[in-house]
Ligand binder design. Structure first.
Ligand SMILES: *Cc1c(COP(=O)(O)O)cnc(C)c1O
Length: 388
């Protein structure tokens, strides 16, 4: 058997450097700790990085998704089509605006939403599609965009995993439709909690107003005496802004993003080189024409050749001091959604079938070369041990 690791390899620890720490301290001493100059700078630098038309820094990707739906006027009586293989936030926000989530099954190669299923899910009430770039591999945007244009639907991208990803040459976030990024602790770059919404300047302006109580920032200019205390509430908005403390982290994480991505890509390639040779394992897509952000390395087990199921595989890895996870428990299996919409496992069979085989291996910038070797050896050991 392989030699046992002495310490536990955590699935996804954050990586905060001295530059981030010094910037936070600088902010704390500056007398401006909430949304202010550093958040503005972070937005500008993010726009430059992903080539976005405009950007708004918020306190989570969930807030970005929610505000997108509100700003686009989606609500009661409307339907929004999305994938079952995503985090709850993608679908919860549809419920928050009073609309109905309609799931469309996934493509078994990429695990992204299948455009053919999107088309079948459309009704006269459909207003939008939320495409998730699962694990950081871009969804089939060309086909989805075509469907959205034909049926006059809004396209929103959940890009929580997709920084930095490219659809062909184009960076995810460079398009004019709403795109929501996450800076949650486990994501490719982090601000602790946080998110960035990109889109057209008009859309971002509306979302900006909605993100701060629906207050108009320019109202004081219209007020006769030009008083700076004056404001007007134009919508019952939310409190979703990012703070300068968070932006202090973001500014420096963004500077490192290329380096972060290069390392993640290298680890993923090492995994795929070895695992790609085993008929018991199915490696993630890595086609040459798109850039995978490598947020997750989602491996699939081939049960036809193995005497071990996914849950036991995870326990075995854990007993070898290697942390792993599952992304995601499909939406239609969660009690709230199952009960409300009467969904059962086989309603979205490709998502369900793949969920049972999925396992996310450690993939992060804290991993040493030896850590990578340990993961590869442990997986190989289990595959050999449990061959049928
Ligand atoms: C993490 C995640 C989110 C939510 O991001 P937050 O910043 O935590 O709100 C949304 N969608 C997907 C697919 C995610 O993985």
């Amino acid at each position: 058997m392989t030699t046992m690791r002495k310490d536990f390899l955590h699935f996804s620890p954050p990586m905060i450097g001295d530059d981030e720490i010094m910037e936070v301290v600088d902010t704390l001493k500056s007398d401006w700790i909430t949304r202010g100059p550093k958040t503005q700078r972070f937005e500008k630098e993010f726009v430059d990085y992903v080539q976005a038309p405009a950007a708004l820094a918020l306190n989570s990707c969930t807030a970005c998704l929610h505000l997108s739906l509100v700003a686009l006027g989606i609500g009661k009586g409307d339907e929004v089509v999305t994938t079952p293989l995503t985090f709850a936030a993608t679908v919860n926000v549809i419920e928050h605006v009073g609309a109905r989530p309609v799931l469309a099954d996934i493509d078994s190669r990429t695990l992204n939403i299948d455009p053919r299923c999107v088309e079948k899910a459309i009704s006269s009430k459909t207003k939008a599609v939320i495409a998730v770039h699962y694990a950081g591999y871009p969804a089939d945007l060309e086909s989805i965009q075509e469907i959205c244009t034909e049926f006059r639907l809004e396209l929103i991208e959940d890009a929580a995993h997709a920084l930095p990803a490219r659809y062909h040459e184009n960076l995810i976030g460079s398009s004019a439709n709403p795109v929501a990024f996450s800076f949650y602790a486990t994501k490719n770059m982090t601000t602790g909690d946080g998110g960035m919404l990109t889109g057209s300047p008009d859309f971002i302006e509306k979302a900006r107003c909605l993100s701060l109580h629906g207050m108009s920032r320019d109202a004081w200019r219209r007020y006769e005496k030009s008083s700076r205390w004056y404001y007007e509430v134009h919508y019952p908005g939310f409190k979703y802004n990012m703070t300068d403390l968070q932006a202090s982290l973001g500014i420096h994480q963004l500077k490192r993003l290329n380096e972060i991505h290069a390392r993640r890509k290298m680890i993923a390639q090492r995994y795929s080189e070895v695992f790609g040779r085993s008929p018991s394992l199915i490696t993630p897509p890595d086609s040459g024409s798109h850039q995978h952000a490598w947020h997750l390395y989602a491996l699939r087990l081939n049960p036809d050749t193995l005497k071990i199921d996914r849950d036991t595989f995870i326990l075995e890895l854990e007993s070898m001091n290697i942390g792993s996870s599952v992304h995601f428990i499909p939406i239609h299996l969660h009690p709230y959604y199952r009960k409300k919409y009467g969904w059962s496992a086989d309603d979205f069979p490709i998502a369900f079938h793949n969920f049972q085989r999925l396992i996310s291996l450690p993939l992060n910038n804290r991993m040493s070369d030896q850590d990578v070797i340990d993961v590869i050896e442990a997986v190989q050991y289990l595959v050999d041990k449990y061959q049928k």
